[in-house]
Design a protein around this ligand. Structure first.
Ligand code: PMP
Length: 371
């Protein structure tokens, strides 16, 4: 095979590795923040009905603007956040990763920069690179929070075109308060005089798991504030690939300039529609997962781990002298967690009660091995 560097590939992609959490076949897989519950049988039946209908019309391209689905997503957001949004303020794509990519295609790109607060979701930097957008890594505190003053200073210094605020943050689990988002939004506007202010993207992939209310109501009257969401986590539908955003309708018009025609297949739209009909059932599972997440925090702390408070469906824990070694040892006990490269820490996704028990047993065993 030709070495990749012998190809006329873009210079900034040379020597880079693709995103990839290991997909290993082990008894307890708690490494990619998936929902552990399989799709309920009555939802499977509803999906089958809706997909059958869609399949009959598959000789035609799908609804390019996914109007029915966007209307349903708007309804879901309105009733779960208490803030009314309409379908013109909602946009959907194949996973929130694609939504983020479309945002960067429209608002980032060559000669522009995006700023995030690391450690955070690594795809923010990777999608920036993929769209030719420069990446600036902003600071976090030792407790993995966004320090408001330091963040405002970083925005003033670098004057980015896009600011990412991940709340709850992956991989740390920490959420951001409203005042901080507002301060960063103001800073992003002030740092871009003569232009129209930076786009501030609040990545709420894990919003449904949070102890705090959604930040979505903040989009009101703030035309460059965007909230992104996904059906991969709370809806237990990572395999579906459906992400969405809510923002001023002008942002939705802007992403339509870069989206591929018919990007969201009729099958995807039909399946997502069915899943949204079961939102209440699925949110019931979220309530169980939140309780299990809180149990993981408590029990890991009792075991003697240093645990970061979590508002997501995962928990960051440590501290290990050698996190890579601890990761390998947990794997030997049949438990796959995630090493996100945060020194001394690992991240575990909340599983079923039995999976979490198996994980906690493995942590106890590994701590004994390395003590
Ligand atoms: N944002 C965050 C913070 C995430 O952790 C993830 C998934 N790991 C995504 C976005 C992307 O999710 P998806 O593309 O499945 O919607």
């Amino acid at each position: 095979m030709t070495p990749i560097d012998d190809l006329p590939i873009r210079d900034e992609l040379r020597g880079k590795t693709p995103y990839g959490a290991p997909q290993l076949d082990v008894p307890v897989r708690l490494n990619t923040n998936e929902n552990p519950y399989p799709v309920p049988e009555d939802l499977v039946r509803r999906i089958t009905e809706r997909v059958s209908d869609a399949a009959r019309g598959m000789n035609r391209y799908p609804d390019r603007d996914a109007v029915v689905l966007r209307t349903q997503l708007a309804h879901y957001l309105s009733r779960t956040t208490g803030h009314q949004v309409g379908p013109t303020q909602v946009w959907a794509a194949n996973g929130s990763n694609e939504v983020l990519q479309q945002l960067l295609q429209a608002f980032g790109g060559p000669g522009r920069t995006a700023l995030g607060f690391d450690p955070s979701y690594s795809m923010h930097a990777l999608i920036s690179r993929g769209t030719g957008t420069g990446w600036i890594s902003g600071p976090r505190t030792e407790e993995f929070n966004i320090d408001r003053a330091a963040a405002v200073a970083a925005i003033a210094e670098h004057r980015p075109d896009v600011v990412f605020i991940c709340s709850p943050n992956n991989p740390t689990g920490t959420a951001v308060d409203e005042e901080t988002v507002l301060a960063l939004y103001e800073a992003a506007q002030a740092a871009a005089p003569g232009r129209h202010g930076a786009l501030v993207v609040v990545d709420e992939a894990y919003a449904e798991f949070s102890h705090r209310p959604s930040l979505l109501p903040l989009i009101e009257g703030r035309p460059t504030l965007v909230v992104t969401r996904t059906m991969s986590k709370a809806f237990g539908a990572a395999g579906l690939r459906l992400g969405y955003l809510a923002a001023d309708a002008a942002v939705v018009d802007a992403v339509q300039l870069v989206r591929l025609p018919y990007h969201l297949s009729a099958i995807t739209q039909a399946t997502a529609h069915a899943a949204l009909e079961f939102a209440d059932t699925l949110l019931g599972y979220v309530a169980e997962l939140k309780a299990e997440r809180d149990r993981l925090v408590t029990e890991l702390t009792d075991i003697g781990c240093e645990v970061t408070e979590s508002d997501a469906n995962f928990v960051q824990f440590g501290r290990f002298d050698d996190a890579q070694d601890a990761w390998r040892r947990l794997l030997e006990h049949g438990v796959l967690v995630r090493d996100n490269g945060v020194p001394g820490r690992l991240r575990v996704t909340t599983g079923t009660r039995a999976e979490n028990d198996a994980f906690l047993d493995a942590v106890r065993a590994v701590r004994k091995e390395i003590s």
